[in-house]
Design a protein around this ligand. Structure first.
Ligand SMILES: [Zn+2]
Length: 211
């Protein structure tokens, strides 16, 4: 697992010029003139983060819809940090949406923080993920610190636990179905037994948790 971004994206001079010429408000972030710069940021950070979401550590997809450039300190609250390389990390759209533009600072700042101490959540450039959260079986998130706890809450990482619970229920149901089908195969055709097994099957299919 990747623990921290060691090298932030270094914005080359020509890209700095594009930002100077086209950036006035945080809503400008979506302008297509920045597409090339964003592609470079994503390429750089994918490598730094071993292609993992900075919050849930799941692998990021390669489609553009499956990866977000996350502003650790929300750009809507701190416009001047919109292109600050240390404020940028890659996340999955799920974590990014859950986190939204909620406040992650303990106290207001003027300059970009140089350490993670003023942040309430794990800072992908400053904090070692494993100091704050332990991931069991790649699905269960155990907080080790307040920061870990806040990160889990903000990104609702327990939502992934729900997925696992559904998956387990689904798999155990598959086992039940398999057993019944085996019994159906091996049973001599006694209509009473058949009716009972088919009723059992119907019951299981009715409580399918994946639907
Ligand atoms: Zn994520």
């Amino acid at each position: 697992m990747n623990n921290r971004i060691e090298i932030p994206y270094a914005i080359p001079e020509d890209e700095k010029q594009v930002i100077r010429d086209n950036f006035a408000s945080h809503t400008d972030w979506d302008k297509s003139v920045f597409d090339r710069i964003k592609a470079h940021i994503i390429r750089h950070l994918r490598q730094q983060q071993e292609n993992e979401c900075c919050y849930c550590k799941r692998q990021l997809g390669f489609d553009i819809k499956e990866v977000d450039i996350e502003h650790i300190i929300p750009k809507s609250k701190y416009e001047r940090f919109t292109f600050e390389p240390k404020n940028l990390a890659l996340s999955c759209p799920g974590c990014n949406t859950k986190k939204g533009d909620r406040n992650v600072l303990r106290s207001k700042v003027t300059n970009y923080p140089r350490t993670g101490s003023n942040l309430t959540i794990i800072h992908a450039h400053y904090d070692l993920y494993s100091d704050h959260i332990e991931i069991l079986n790649q699905v269960i998130y155990i907080p080790k610190t307040d920061k870990g706890c806040e990160t889990i809450k903000l990104c609702e990482l327990y939502r992934l636990k729900t997925v696992e619970d559904n998956m387990k229920a689904f798999l155990s149901q598959q086992d039940e179905i398999k057993k019944i089908v085996e019994q159906l195969r091996s049973t001599e055709t006694k209509s009473g037994t058949l009716v009972r097994l088919l009723a059992q099957l119907r019951r299981i299919l009715k409580r399918n948790p994946m639907q």
